[in-house]
Design a protein around this ligand. Sequence first.
Ligand SMILES: [Zn+2]
Length: 136
Amino acid sequence: MRSVSTNVAKEKQREERRTRIPSVIDRCPRCNNLGESFMHCLVQCPLAVDVWNQVGITLPFDAADPIPFWRWWLNLMEALQQRSQRRSQASLVANVLWRLWLDKNQRIFERTSSSARTIVAAAVDLNREFHRYHPP
Ligand SMILES: [Zn+2]
């Protein structure tokens, strides 16, 4: 269990980050949506919706549902348990999330961006490489 002073120090660091990089907290660097969240960045942003549509994993619910990201994740993992290729699909989901997060950071810190097609291709490549070194 963390001490109170550790939590206070971490909150202070977060506040300093917000001051230095306000766009990280306030606006989506892709669509300029206010009030950005994990759910928006990784699932609901128009680019993320495009990525999920292209990646070939059918989400078992509407991406626009107003649920927190952790609930979305648990629902998706539960749905994948019912599918035959659950291991490769679960790792592909993780790789898509990773590439979406990287794209967001690249837009903020490097002023570069990727298309949905590029993000999907990178996630699929990364997933293929993962399974090459971690066979079933
Ligand atoms: Zn957005």
